[in-house]
Each structure stands twice: as structure tokens, then as C-alpha cells.
Design a protein around this ligand. Structure first.
Ligand code: NAD
Length: 304
């Protein structure tokens, strides 16, 4: 394969995504600001560098970033020594981070000014989806950029959607995660109510999974332990997708709602609930641990 990919951000998602590209035969060099993550990536067999500049010693055909927040994407692409100034105009830029729409648009505009193709391509499906390469990937960018990104994204995901122009991928992702935050709280409330009604939780979970109360948190990622294999609730709520990340996404959703005058009362309420949970020191726990805040003394399981 003639592609040489530079992959930046090797956390819960980035590491397994990079591993899938490597296994598919791509030549890939990886970097993370955390040496712990660099070591972990090296243990997975990836070709690591100690410094972001080293990534660009070879000619790179695609850059993929998987970073926590808009400020990180801004720094890595547009900062002093940023990627935009390091790559040739043949290089494709793919930012898979979930960030605010305006930052995506700014990166896209700076790339366009240099005739470089760029897409925002945030993902959904969690760490399990990243490991199994079954992510849903929402792409914003020109048709040309989408067509170039598609074969690479297809290695990491199952469904690749062209949502619209640059920024639309993050717009779609923010709408998705507002629903996810709300439904995780809803699933927690239903199971807590079942517990207080003294009905067997496993039975209620099975019923909801097959009835009209089903949702992704119920079907795939339940907020209580011992219901579905592989869910972070079975692993003391080790993320997964952290409560801090969900809080960030709900903030993004609420900012978007304000900016276009959309009425999203449940989104606002979900942000309040997650903010309180994070303020109590739970931001590094998986977001499904919100059930502990909802269930209170109904639950006897530990969250750490
Ligand atoms: P994470 O915190 O586990 O990983 C992010 C990595 O980026 C960290 O290892 C960090 O050291 C690195 N990083 C930060 N700044 C950097 C820089 N300047 N240069 C190089 N590396 C840098 O986060 P994650 O869970 O992998 O999530 C990454 C993105 O994917 C977020 O935007 C998140 O919202 C989104 N996302 C996460 C999930 C999930 O289930 N975890 C699911 C879908 C989308």
C-alpha cells in the first residue's frame, strides 16, 4: 500500500483505530503527547515517534487525529508548528475528534487556503466499535475529500456517512450524543424504578431490550453491571467513554442549540446532571456510571 498515514492521539479510541489500520497493511506512524500512550501503542506493534515533528520526516499522504477537544485539534493543526504548515498539498487531513463545529470549519478553511483536502469525521460506537472496526463515521467535507477518505475510514468503521460540508460531521455527532446522554439517564431511571418496585433487574432489562423502551444504552451498553458482556459497567466503570467527554459533548450540544435558537430542554437537563456528576470527581469514570447518581442508595455496586 503506498499510503503513509500519520496518526495522532492514541487514547481509548485512537489506539484501536490505529491498530486496525496497521493490521490492514497501511504504513502508519503514530504519536501521542502522553508517553504512557506511546508505550502502549508500541506494545501493540505500532511504529511510534517521540515528537510530533518526527512524523513528518517521511512524506505523509494522510493525517488522522483522534483528540479530546477542539482546543487540542486547533493546537495540533493550526498552532505554531501545526500540521497545516507541515504537509504537502497532496496530503489528506482527517480529524476524527468530536469537537465544536466552528473549530472544524476553521481548520477546513485553513486547509482549503493551502489547497489541502480536509474532513471532520467524528465517530460513534465506543471503544468496542473502535476495536471491532464497526464504528459509524460521520464525515463533513467536499465530495472529493469524502471519496479520498472513504477507503481509509472503511478500515476503521462499518457505516461511513457523508453528512455535508466541513463541520457537518461534528454537527451530526453532537445531535447523536445529545440523544445518547439523555437515553443513558433514561435507562438508568427506568432500571432504578424497577429496582424500587422490587422487580428483577435482569428481567426488566430483557423486556426493555425487546420492547419499545429499547435504546443503545439498554441494548449494547447498560448502565448496570452483569447485563451485557463487555460493557464498562462490568469493569467498575473504567472507560469506555468518560463522563467528562459526555459532559463536553452535552456542552457542545447546548452551545449549538443556543446558536440556532433550538429548544432542547432534555439536552439542557442532561448537561446539568452530567456536570454535577463530573463536579463530584467522576469525570474519568465511564459515562454509564451516571446510574449511580440516578439510583443513589438503590444500588449496592461500587463505581471504582
Ligand atoms: P482519550 O482521552 O482516551 O484520548 C485522547 C488522546 O489524545 C490522549 O491519549 C491524549 O494524551 C492525546 N492528546 C491530547 N492532546 C494531544 C496533542 N496535542 N498531541 C498528541 N496527542 C494528544 O479520548 P478518547 O476516548 O480516545 O476520545 C477521543 C475523541 O473521540 C474525543 O473527542 C471523544 O469525544 C471522541 N469519542 C470517544 C468515544 C469513546 O467511547 N471513548 C466514542 C466516540 C467518540
Amino acid at each position: 500500500m503506498s499510503e503513509t498515514i500519520a496518526f495522532i492521539g492514541l487514547g481509548n479510541m485512537g489506539n484501536p483505530m490505529a491498530v486496525n489500520l496497521y493490521k490492514a497493511g497501511y504504513k502508519i506512524k503514530v504519536f501521542d503527547i502522553s508517553t504512557k500512550m506511546v508505550h502502549k501503542a508500541a506494545e501493540s506493534g505500532l511504529d511510534t515517534v517521540d515528537n510530533i515533528s518526527e512524523l513528518f520526516n517521511d512524506k505523509i499522504s494522510t493525517v488522522i487525529t483522534m483528540l479530546p477537544e477542539g482546543k487540542n485539534s486547533r493546537e495540533v493543526y493550526l498552532g505554531e508548528d501545526g500540521i497545516i504548515n507541515k504537509v504537502s498539498k497532496e496530503c489528506l487531513l482527517i480529524d476524527c475528534s468530536t469537537i465544536d463545529i466552528n473549530t472544524s470549519k476553521e481548520i477546513g478553511k485553513s486547509a482549503e487556503d493551502k489547497n489541502i483536502l480536509m474532513v471532520d469525521a467524528p465517530v460513534s460506537g465506543g471503544v468496542m466499535g473502535a476495536q471491532k472496526a464497526t464504528l459509524n463515521i460521520m464525515v463533513g467535507g467536499s465530495k472529493l475529500a469524502f471519496d479520498r477518505a472513504h477507503p481509509i475510514l472503511k478500515v476503521m468503521g462499518k457505516n461511513i456517512y457523508h453528512a455535508g460540508e466541513v463541520g457537518s460531521g461534528n454537527g451530526a455527532k453532537i445531535c447523536n450524543n445529545m440523544s445518547l446522554g439523555i437515553t443513558m439517564i433514561a435507562a438508568s431511571e427506568s432500571l432504578m424504578l424497577a429496582k424500587r418496585l422490587n422487580i428483577n433487574i435482569k428481567k426488566v432489562h430483557e423486556i426493555m431490550k425487546n420492547a419499545s423502551g429499547n435504546s443503545w444504552p439498554i441494548a449494547v451498553y447498560p448502565p448496570l453491571p452483569n447485563l451485557i458482556d463487555g460493557a464498562p459497567s462490568n469493569n467498575k466503570y473504567k472507560p469506555g467513554f468518560s463522563a467528562g467527554m459526555m459532559n463536553k459533548d452535552l456542552k457542545l450540544a447546548n452551545e449549538c442549540s443556543k446558536s440556532v435558537n433550538a429548544n432542547t430542554p432534555l439536552g439542557k437537563m442532561a448537561l446539568k446532571i452530567y456536570s454535577k456528576f463530573c463536579d463530584n470527581g467522576n469525570d474519568t469514570k465511564d459515562f454509564s456510571a451516571i446510574s449511580k447518581l440516578i439510583g443513589g442508595d438503590a444500588w449496592d455496586y461500587p463505581i471504582e
